[in-house]
Design a protein around this ligand. Structure first.
Ligand code: GDG
Length: 744
């Protein structure tokens, strides 16, 4: 709009000048053409008159009027010469060729004896008259009048005028076009310049210094930059609290104006056809829990698989819908997959191959060629969609999880200047274990298309670097946490994920803990002195639900006094039930729960309440707040957000967390009772200790856990990643200029 106004300011005066030019120049052109052609006819006339003078004077002197007539008629065969006439000195027309305009006579000619040219209009059109005196015997005896057709001059003049007009219009159009292009380019240049300045680029101007002697200096500068960045990352120290406004501020300063695109398989909102029409649901997913608040803060685009039965009815013609439904903070772009694609890419390669491969949970990974083909094809489709959604050539793209290991390199081909941050939400196994995947090198190459590759823990980062070391020709620089592969550098860093710490207003609206306990007791038919442990998981074999039940069974064996008092409420949200492995596992859990209930339950009491249903957030909140203990016994878990959610809901500073040492969360949440879930005895004892822990010890542990999770929240996770991305972008820009400097 601004460019348009700018252009208009130039184009209007230009149009006025051109109209004025046309107005003034056209009559001038008329006059000029007339003058040129009159002069031309004069010269011709004089030539003809001179050529006729002798034969005419001779014929006149001899009084041979037929000869005079023949001479006149022969001469007018010239196409432009209309007629010839002979006028006596007294003004009589002596003789004339047959086409001599009768209305002219000798009046229009010049006074006798003088040479003159003039224009006249006859019935047949405009004519040019030239009078040429003839001298016989030394005295003036007659005047020869040459009548030339002048209408062709008018035609030519019209043609010239038309061509001139075309020329002016064409000139005007080209000038306008050039103006528009120049204005566009200079506006874009100005905008790019302003953006660059905001990003701090303007601070580093390209140096036009000559090169070779500066090469060592440039290398030194580059390595110092790298060391500075390393030191900055490692010595981050106390950073102050992270929250949504601070993340927004980071996006508005260091990453000013940059667009953020998230890619994940799971969508943050699912539309389903329900009894009440189109209903919106939040899926049970750690990834969605973590990334959603970040997207709310930065208002970007989220590209994900549209998996709900009503998803197609909720999107616009570009497959986009604004979410969350109540505020529409960001755009969700849905990608549709066929059943076959979903079977191969999602259930097959991602969940039967990579999921068990990365989780040491003793479930054998399955690798099928057809699944791999499908995985590759779907990764390409998502990469294409991200490139199509990008409005700039260097967006920040946050690639989520093991469904998209190949996407970073594919996207790098489409958008070479993009900053691609890939976050791997699940663990990374050791190199030997990862090596069993038939396509290990391809997966690693795909991931190394990322600018930054994030894992939850340092341990996973190390495993990844060692895997690359075994599988690819790459240069690994552990001191900088970087891998150089095919001329591209990837930073491998740990970013422990977390949750959006609830605001004071949100917490104030929660039902009080005693109310939650009453409701849960009532719902599950528990007694007033019931001891409640909760487990909240997707119904997945990595979550250690089996081991948890064994621990409950063992605890009840060891502590008969707890029978009839203790209950585990296990929420198991349905997940991947299309896979045999999952269905078999879910059956096994149900059978075990039944067995324990049969063994230790009684009339009106069950020690295990297995609820294999998806619950809404309010129900989970109520459960967390009602619990004496929350049990997380994952056999392997990238982080585990349930442990953090439990702690966040306990503003009463009561309740104990039992946490598997194989969950990434165990590295931060050291005040939990840390267990090895494979060790049934140890887990049973920890569970017992949890439900019998004195309130004071509970308070001390919970207060400390809460302060950790409050500080290490999801905005810190995103802020550190995006902050690192901003620094990498800045360093790359400086390095490019230094490079330019050393190459002259
Ligand atoms: C992966 C990694 C990593 C569960 N049931 C329901 C429900 N949930 C929510 C929980 C929690 C989330 O799902 C589960 O998060 P986790 O982190 O425990 O596990 P994964 O889904 O396996 O997530 C994991 C995570 O990614 C993030 O990086 O921590 O290690 O495996 O938020 O509350 N939510 C609702 N109803 C349920 O029934 N609404």
């Amino acid at each position: 709009m601004k460019t348009f106004r700018l252009q208009l300011r130039f184009l209007l005066p230009l149009a006025l000048v051109l109209v004025a030019a046309a107005y003034l120049s056209l009559p001038l052109v008329d006059q000029l053409t007339q003058r040129w052609f009159s002069r031309d006819l004069d010269i011709r006339g004089r030539l003809i008159a001179n050529a006729l003078a002798d034969p005419l004077t001779q014929a006149l002197a001899e009084g041979a009027s037929p000869r005079v007539q023949a001479l006149l008629e022969r001469t007018v065969r010239d196409e432009r010469l209309l007629a010839l006439g002979l006028c006596a000195p007294d003004g009589r027309l002596l003789q004339a060729s047959s086409a001599f305009p009768s209305e002219l006579g000798c009046r229009a000619a010049a006074p006798a004896g003088s040479e003159l040219s003039a224009l006249h209009r006859t019935d047949g059109g405009p004519v040019h008259l030239r009078t040429q005196p003839l001298v016989i015997g030394g005295s003036h005896s007659a005047d020869l009048v040459l009548v030339h057709d002048f209408s062709f001059v008018e035609h030519r003049s019209q043609d010239t005028r038309r061509y001139l007009l075309y020329l002016i219009v064409a000139m005007g159009a080209s000038m306008a076009l050039i103006t528009m292009i120049v204005a566009q380019l200079s506006w874009r240049g100005w905008v790019a310049g302003a953006r660059a300045l905001l990003r701090g680029e303007g601070l580093v101007r390209p140096l036009a210094a000559p090169a070779p002697e500066l090469a060592p200096l440039a290398a030194e500068l580059r390595s110092r930059l790298r060391r500075l960045e390393d030191e900055y990352r490692r010595a981050r120290g106390p950073e102050g609290p992270w929250d949504a406004p601070r993340l927004r501020q980071l996006l508005g300063t260091e990453l000013s104006g940059q667009e953020v695109i998230v890619v994940s398989n799971r969508e943050p909102y699912i539309h389903e056809h329900g009894a009440g029409g189109l209903e919106v649901k939040r899926p049970a997913s750690g990834l969605v829990t973590a990334v959603e608040p970040v997207m709310r803060a930065c208002a970007g685009t989220w590209v994900a698989h549209g998996s709900g039965s009503g998803d197609r009815d909720a999107v616009d013609s570009g497959d986009r819908v604004r979410v969350p439904p109540e505020s529409g903070d960001y755009t969700l772009r849905r990608i549709w997959l066929t059943e076959e694609e979903e079977r191969g890419y999602y259930y097959g390669f991602a969940n039967e191959g990579l999921w068990p491969l990365c989780h040491v949970a003793h479930v054998r990974p399955v690798f099928r060629q057809s699944d791999w083909d499908s995985y590759r094809a779907v990764n390409q489709r998502f990469a294409d969609a991200v490139a199509a959604e990008a409005r700039s050539e260097d967006p920040i793209v946050l690639v989520q999880d093991y469904h998209f290991a190949l996407l970073p390199a594919m996207l790098r081909e489409r958008l070479p200047a993009a900053t691609i941050i890939t976050f791997w939400h699940i663990p990374w196994p050791n190199p030997e274990f990862f090596g069993i995947c038939p396509w290990a090198p391809e997966l690693l190459r795909g991931m190394l298309g990322s600018t930054i590759l994030g894992f939850h823990t340092r341990h996973h980062c190390r495993n990844f670097m060692e895997t690359v070391d075994r599988q690819l020709e790459a240069r690994i620089e552990p001191e900088h946490d970087t891998i150089f592969h095919e001329g591209k550098e990837t930073l491998i860093e740990n970013y422990p994920i977390s949750i959006d710490w609830p605001s004071e207003q949100a917490a104030a609206a929660w039902p009080p803990v005693p109310v939650c306990r009453d409701r849960v007791r009532e719902h599950f038919g528990l007694g007033p002195d019931a001891l409640i442990a909760v487990g909240v998981d997707r119904f997945d074999y990595t979550k250690g639900i089996l081991e948890r039940l064994y621990a409950v069974e063992r605890m009840l064996e060891k502590h008969p006094e707890l029978r009839g008092r203790f209950s585990l409420v296990q929420i198991a949200a349905p997940t991947r039930s299309a896979l045999d492995e999952y269905r078999a596992f879910q059956r096994r859990i149900s059978d075990l729960a039944e067995r324990i209930n049969a063994r230790f339950g009684g009339p009106g009491h069950a020690p295990v309440h297995l609820v294999a249903e998806h619950h809404d957030h309010a129900a989970l909140l109520e459960l967390y707040r009602a619990a004496d203990a929350c049990v997380v016994t994952s056999l392997h878990d990238g982080m585990n957000l349930v442990s953090k959610e439990f702690v966040a809901t306990r503003d009463d500073e009561q309740g104990v967390l039992v946490l598997s040492r194989f969950a990434g969360a165990a590295r931060e949440m050291t005040e939990a009772l840390i267990v090895n879930p494979y060790h049934v005895e140890e887990t049973a004892d920890a569970l017992h200790r949890a439900i019998t822990m004195p309130p004071q010890e509970q308070r001390e542990r919970m207060a400390s856990l809460r302060s950790t999770v409050h500080e290490f929240n999801v905005f810190r996770w995103a802020g550190r990643m995006l902050g690192d991305a901003a620094r990498v972008r800045l360093r790359e820009r400086i390095a490019q200029r230094v490079e330019g400097m050393s190459h002259g």
